[in-house]
Design a protein around this ligand. Structure first.
Ligand code: GDP
Length: 186
């Protein structure tokens, strides 16, 4: 298939220092189609990769992208590792938990970190995770309205989506949109 070009892009990196927003879970969901109720707390930098076929219409329809994902550690002692992993990253996921206002507020700090250490053309996508917690029976209130996050993303020039690593909703879409933007810049 002439449309099928295989491109590899290193290091879309999953970044947010706040533990427990679901970074690892999003990666596991994307690469393994699984959800772990009790994952090990993130202790270091993990790696997963996934082939995504870009959807059309558009010039990149059918392009197969191999996303290699690094999950950064959540603690200060890994900060130097985190910094070196920004280098060469094509994309960055900024993840917060829609039920935690603090995790959303901290995205600002992370974004500053990304801008300071990542390549200038890095594609960032803001992902509001755990939307399943705010739906159906026993729903808990949202701490971050979708409109607020969308406005922040617009102001900062970030892609934005909401997702649930638990149900899988929006997960592939988030990575797909990041991949499309990365490829669009090549
Ligand atoms: P990380 O520290 O940001 O990598 O977060 P983890 O992936 O370790 O997830 C932290 C906790 O949140 C774990 O107990 C996960 O099972 C839970 N979790 C992650 N994603 C979701 C989600 O989409 N929905 C719900 N309900 N829980 C989630």
């Amino acid at each position: 298939d002439s449309k099928l070009r295989r491109l590899e892009y290193g290091k879309p990196c999953v970044a947010l220092r706040d533990a427990a927003v679901g970074k690892s879970s999003l990666l596991v969901r994307l690469t393994d189609q699984r959800f772990l109720a009790n994952p090990d707390p993130t202790l270091g930098v993990e790696f997963g990769s996934k082939l995504l076929t870009l959807q059309g219409p558009g010039p990149h329809e059918g392009t197969v992208v191999k996303l290699q994902c690094w999950d950064t550690a959540g603690t200060e002692s890994f900060r130097s590792i985190t910094r070196s992993y920004y280098r060469g990253a094509a994309g960055c996921l900024l993840v917060y938990d829609v039920t935690s206002r603090k995790s959303f507020d901290n995205v600002r700090m992370w974004l500053a970190d990304v801008r300071a250490h990542a390549d200038a053309h890095v594609s960032c996508i803001l992902v509001g995770n755990k939307v399943d917690l705010c739906e159906g029976d026993g729903a808990i209130p949202r701490a971050v309205p979708k409109e607020l996050a969308q406005q922040f993303a617009n102001d900062e020039g970030l892609l934005f989506t909401e997702a649930s690593a638990r149900s899988g909703d929006g997960v592939e879409d988030a990575f797909m949109r990041a991949a499309e933007e990365i490829i669009g810049k090549v």
